[in-house]
Design a protein around this ligand. Sequence first.
Ligand SMILES: NC(=O)c1ccc[n+]([C@@H]2O[C@H](COP(=O)([O-])OP(=O)(O)OC[C@H]3O[C@@H](n4cnc5c(N)ncnc54)[C@H](OP(=O)(O)O)[C@@H]3O)[C@@H](O)[C@H]2O)c1
Length: 200
Amino acid sequence: MNILIIGGRGTIGKKVVKHFDGIHEVIIASRTEVGMPVDISDSASIKAMFEQIGQVDAIVCIAGEAKWAAFNSLSEADYYIGLRSKLMGQVNLVRIGQHYLSEKGSITLSTGILADDPVLKTASAAMVNGAIHSFVQAVALEMDRGIRVNVVSLGLVEDAYEKYKSYFPGHIPITMKQACMAYERSVMGTDNGKIIRIYK
Ligand SMILES: NC(=O)c1ccc[n+]([C@@H]2O[C@H](COP(=O)([O-])OP(=O)(O)OC[C@H]3O[C@@H](n4cnc5c(N)ncnc54)[C@H](OP(=O)(O)O)[C@@H]3O)[C@@H](O)[C@H]2O)c1
């Protein structure tokens, strides 16, 4: 199977790449990836990436940004960061990427616990995650050629614990193994239109 992993050098992405690599052919893409640059907030960039790669069996997105700040300091422009990158970036990956998938291929998006259990300063990030959950459930009803679409929604992962622990008091981080297995379930299993929640 050849698997495109966008954000494959990030905190979560690099562990997911390691999980699949060797068993499958993994292609890594991101804004700074020399061989396969892509900015998911720009649909022309997404299209150019797929033209370069050609057909894949699975698309995994572990990328996308949203602004974290107190509600009263978030400007309208701040919201558009998350809308353009994490939300529409992943929507456009499905819109464009479906045409480059083999029959019965899959698309896996990423959100996070904020959709269900937000913390302070996440009005924008939580909103975007929730929108992606609704999008995935709806779009899965309309995919052709047996293509599946799921979203992995993780709690704070252990490799990001030190960086984010002040935002998540009392949260027990999930292991990187649990995170990788969630992506494996989406790519290798039969789930479709599912929100694969891994929270502790
Ligand atoms: N860390 C956690 O505990 C946690 C928990 C639940 C959900 N999540 C979500 O999971 C995703 C990944 O988290 P992470 O902690 O692994 O983040 P990270 O360490 O910042 O890695 C993100 C990766 O995505 C790429 N990227 C960012 N924006 C992009 C864009 N517009 N186009 C293409 N590539 C882009 C980055 O590479 P370049 O800079 O080269 O583009 C980077 O490799 C995020 O959406 C995050 O919200 C994280």
